[in-house]
Design a protein around this ligand. Structure first.
Ligand SMILES: [Zn+2]
Length: 309
């Protein structure tokens, strides 16, 4: 029997942040497209519970979590570029719960895809950019804590460096962090991942893919028991906050290198969305849609262990 990738979404991922470059609508649009095009049944999505305080404390400091719960603007919350409301804190807790669920499900199904998350600029003790809670780190710490996985890797292909994730796992040999990003872009300064690939402005598909393939070799060497893939849509050449030159086809090939590489090695993958600020929202949705479809197709193509053909 073929396996199905777990596709995770909560209507609570959306919250009203007014006019903002971050397209909160993309989460629901992506779900709608997956249903409309017959990729996932209406009832086929998993609805995650929010991450608990205990889950978050494996990554974040109690002082920072208190600020979030009490909606306080302090030096810890102040670097956020989003409003601080009950709804938004709930949405980030749900996103963290979603990536935790994606990670757990990936261990039995091969793939877990969170139609949200990828908030890689959140640090242990403070927010940054559009990121309050680092769902990637929360998910890895959860599966490690549960004894399900010992070693993990983060493959972060957002156009912006995964600075929060890099710092959170700095000095931790159990988690290998790769960030492939545009060098001359936010954040400044950058943190040190285990492997950082700072790309020149405007590079196109061929060079990007070559650099990615070389970098992935280091991930495979680290022999992770799970990969969390931050599949940011913002290396796209039409992105408003990015300065790389990837096409839709190039981004699809990027996904293929990461996801097929994991499948070939039997490594479970939890996928998160990350950034995406294309001039046309439809393009951002299409990029994420292609990532989801590839995960679904690859999961179906793999025969689970112990099942004869
Ligand atoms: Zn980004």
């Amino acid at each position: 029997m073929a396996r199905e990738a777990a596709i995770i979404h909560s209507t609570g991922y959306f919250c009203d942040i007014g006019t903002h470059v971050f397209p909160m609508q993309k989460f629901a649009l992506l779900r709608e497209r997956l249903v409309a095009d017959g990729d996932v049944a209406e009832q086929g999505f998993l609805d995650p519970p929010p991450a608990s305080r205990e889950d978050l404390l494996r990554v974040h400091t109690p002082e920072y979590l208190d600020d979030l719960e009490q909606l306080r603007w302090t030096p810890r919350t102040g670097a956020s570029e989003l409003p601080l409301t009950t709804d938004i804190v709930r949405s980030y807790r749900l996103a963290a719960g979603g990536t935790m669920l994606a990670a757990r499900e990936s261990l039995t199904r091969g793939f877990g895809v969170n139609l949200g998350g990828g908030f890689h600029h959140a640090f242990a003790d403070h927010a940054e950019g559009f990121c309050y809670l680092n769902d990637i780190a929360v998910a890895i710490r959860a599966v490690q804590h549960e004894g399900l996985v010992r070693r993990a890797a983060v493959v972060d292909c957002d156009v912006h460096q995964g600075n929060g994730t890099a710092r959170l796992f700095r000095g931790d040999d159990s988690v290998f962090t790769l960030s492939l990003h545009q060098q001359r872009n936010y954040p400044v300064p950058k943190e040190s991942s285990d492997l950082d690939v700072g790309l020149e402005d405007g590079i196109g598909d061929a060079e990007y893919l070559e650099r990615l393939e070389g970098s992935l070799a280091r991930v495979w060497e680290a022999a992770p028991g799970i990969v969390v893939y931050q599949a940011g849509a913002d290396p796209y050449r039409e992105d408003q906050l990015g300065g790389l030159g990837l096409t839709l086809a190039g981004l699809a090939e990027r996904d293929r290198l990461v996801l097929e590489g994991c499948v070939r090695r039997g490594i479970p993958v939890a996928v998160t969305l990350g950034g995406g600020y294309a001039r046309r929202l439809e393009d951002t949705v299409l990029i994420h849609l292609a990532t989801c479809r590839l995960a679904l197709a690859l999961a179906r193509a793999v025969t689970p262990p112990g099942v004869s053909q």
